[in-house]
Design a protein around this ligand. Sequence first.
Ligand code: CP
Ligand code: NVA
Length: 317
Amino acid sequence: MTVKHFLRDDDLTPAQQAEVLALAAELKKDPQSRKPLAGPRGVGVIFEKNSTRTRFSFEMGIAQLGGHPVVVDGRTTQLGREETLADTGRVLSRYVDAVVWRTFGQERLDEMASAATIPVINALSDEFHPCQVLADLQTIAERKGALAGLKLTYLGDGANNMAHSLMLGGVTAGIDVTIAAPDGFAPHPDFVDAANARAAETGATVTITSDPSAAAAGADVLVTDTWTSMGQEDDGLDRVGPFRPFQLNAELLARANPDAIVLHCLPAHRGEEITDDVIDGPHSVVWDEAENRLHAQKALLVWLLDQNSVATESFTS
Ligand code: CP
Ligand code: NVA
């Protein structure tokens, strides 16, 4: 039995991603229109790192779909303590219809997904944040219409989860993605290869640079994220000095297209990766972006439950 999971952005083909985004737009207009979890059926939502947006948006989204969210601090479970992640996946598959999990290394998600008979959704790992990028794409589409052919520039830590997910998810949507990062903070080469492979299918491009000014020039979308992701606080690297030229400020914004929009997944560190005048200014769409977590994740759940419904029926019969 093949279960469809969402562990990284390129788990969705370009056509599948477009279906999820169309459904997200539909659900935003009519939030109570789909109840695939009526019963209620359950969804496990597990956090091994802090969260505000992901926690609230999944918990409310699952409730709006008619279901019951079982929200758990992973640090209080047997996860990774004595029980293998695969065994945890087998057990959770007997209780709930999907698992949403925020964790550390991507291999943890892979291990649980290898044994789970229900969809496993990555709610942020060290490597990827694909649910965020679905919301980002929905937000961009609302402002710009067609996604294909846009230029998106990400400024900051090119080796973090947001950079990797924007690269993979962006080119899946046909967006030309530029990652501008200081030397030593470029995206992981395996993920650049994966993005280039996907870009070859969609006609998009991937550019990696350490020149923030050139990267911002002519951009339709500017994105940044924290310079220190959760779990990197004590990694011994200078996560301030090399990043200063990559701050998303008025000067870099002026290099972009006049109607450029600014995204940040939040939480923002004002005065570090982004200035107050930019995040609070007319180009910023960060609050819509945060709201769209709710709609995009509901769409993802509806879509994944639909994809896996044949498997679920055979399992329960
Ligand atoms: N953007 C995001 O994932 O926010 P939280 O960490 O608050 O969930
Ligand atoms: N890159 C950030 C994203 C937070 C939503 C982190 O992993 O901490």
